[in-house]
Design a binder for this molecule. Structure first.
Ligand SMILES: Cc1ncc(COP(=O)(O)O)c(C=O)c1O
Length: 459
């Protein structure tokens, strides 16, 4: 090329949730039946869309207006409906003009970061949903700036650490939070949200809250939406129907902008995002028209409740089974439909393995894991996939230094879910113990460390 055509942030764009599918497909082609526990798509996992929902959509298919462009910001009636819905909560008040529709939140996320000044950074949680961290890092052409979620404290953010990182990094202009969270399944209490808002207020930052899972909460978790605690801090809340209805194929999500008029730079920034959407014309029309009809249908609350109850039940099954495994750090999921499983430091090493019957599959996995640059959790995930067909996503792929994995609670068949969890639990134990003989021979690993710790106390 006459000049370098590669984007400054090209190296930052990774999406392991789908990358792992390529490996899973190879393994499937080699004859291993694969159980996809990686992608957060309830429909792909067999969720049956109720007939009343399908009727609403099929009625819209017969309406002429569904086939046209809609206003750039989105269908006005729907924006009015959503603004009213928000305003009834009594927090930050918005008008339909404060809402912009996108082709799924994925589209919103990339635009929100792309049109941010290159030197301005948004600090993201770690671990976090990769579309945020990758898009943010790509916009800056630098690795993500992160704050830790603490697996020893319900995956809540370490607020002191966040404050410190904001204070000592003047490039940070915004804070991202995801509530309920992907990949951890955490739900943050109102206090955590208001602590984050205080930091934003103290340092003159804006907030991005991804609230796409806002109505998928269970196990008694309590939270509030960002609009209820935001006060006068400029913020963007991201919402959508991919998870809740669930209708991910609609490619329909929206942002709600709070306090746009409180800061001229923020107002201009939002204006740029809107202009970018205008250049593109608009987002998908039909799903936007469907939103009020879906949310207001008398059967909707029950549909949602049934799914919440199922995720709650499955979260307990997974939690009770996996928490017994030494070396594993676990929190019972409280929202969304994920569980983040962490391996204690030192538990994993580069010599562990699981039995793989097929020679070709074994060779493939050995080749994939040959480099010591392969993270330890990715190594575990490849062996798990090859040995059992269960496909999960390594936690280090979620912009995290913690080794672990994310699994979903989406399998609708309880018997199958229990079976998968049993296989997973046994595989974790077998994998951890597979290098024990070598460890016992004196290698510096988890078990040796545990023994030394014990011996120290004993002395
Ligand atoms: C936290 C979070 N935000 C956004 C999205 C993207 O949603 P959409 O289907 O609207 O692009 C996902 C999808 O998994 C997600 O988990």
């Amino acid at each position: 090329m006459r000049t370098n055509i590669v984007h400054i942030g090209a190296g930052e764009l990774t999406y392991e949730i789908r990358n792992i599918v390529r490996i899973a497909e190879k393994i499937r082609d080699l004859g291993i039946p694969v159980k996809m526990e990686n992608i957060g798509d309830p429909v792909a996992k067999g969720e049956i869309i109720p007939v009343w929902m399908k009727k609403i959509v099929s009625e819209l298919v017969l309406e002429n207006s569904s086939y046209g462009y809609c206003p750039t910001q989105g269908v006005l009636e729907t924006r009015k409906y959503l603004a009213d819905f928000n305003n009834r909560k009594g927090g930050a008040q918005i008008s339909p003009d404060d809402i912009i529709f996108f082709n799924g939140l994925g589209d919103a996320i990339t635009k929100v970061y792309t049109f941010l000044n290159r030197t301005a950074r948004v600090i993201t949680p770690s671990p976090t949903y990769t579309t945020h961290s990758s898009s943010e890092a790509a916009h800056a052409g630098l690795p993500p700036v992160c704050y830790p979620l603490d697996p020893f404290n319900n995956w809540y953010p370490d607020i002191d650490e966040l404050r410190k990182r904001v204070k000592y990094n003047p490039a940070v202009a915004g804070i991202l939070l995801i509530n309920p969270d992907n990949p951890t399944g955490a739900v943050f209490p109102a206090k955590v949200l208001s602590d984050i808002v205080s930091i934003a207020k103290d340092f003159n930052l804006f907030i991005i809250a991804d609230e796409i899972y806002q109505n998928l909460i269970f196990n008694g978790a309590q939270t509030v939406s960002l609009s209820e605690v935001i006060g006068d801090v400029p913020a963007i809340s991201m919402k959508g129907i991919s998870k809740e209805i669930p209708w991910p194929g609609s490619r329909c999500g929206w942002i709600e902008v709070y306090n746009a008029d409180k800061d001229p730079l923020f107002e201009k920034y939002i204006g740029t995002i809107l202009n970018a959407k205008m250049v593109e014309v608009c987002s998908t029309t039909l799903p936007q028209i469907a939103i009020p009809r879906l949310f207001e249908h008398p059967e909707y609350p029950l549909s949602l409740k049934k799914r919440q109850q199922r995720y709650e039940r499955f979260s307990k099954i997974a939690y009770e089974r996996l928490k017994q495994i030494p070396g594993v750090i676990l929190n019972k999921p409280q929202g969304a439909f994920y569980m983040g499983v962490v391996f204690e430091e030192g538990v994993l090493n580069h010599r562990q393995h699981l039995p793989i019957k097929s020679k070709e599959v074994r060779e493939l996995v050995e080749q994939l894991t040959a480099s010591s640059a392969v993270t330890l959790d990715k190594r575990f995930v490849y062996y798990l996939l090859a040995s059992t067909g269960i496909c999960v996503v390594p936690l280090t792929s979620f912009s995290s230094e913690l080794n672990g994995f994310r699994m979903t609670l989406l399998e609708p068949d309880e018997a199958k879910f229990r079976e998968n969890i049993d296989i997973l639990a046994e595989s974790i134990k077998d994998y951890i113990h597979s290098s024990k003989e070598i460890d016992n021979a004196g290698e510096n690993t988890f078990f040796t460390n545990q023994f030394l710790e014990w011996a120290k106390n004993y002395n």
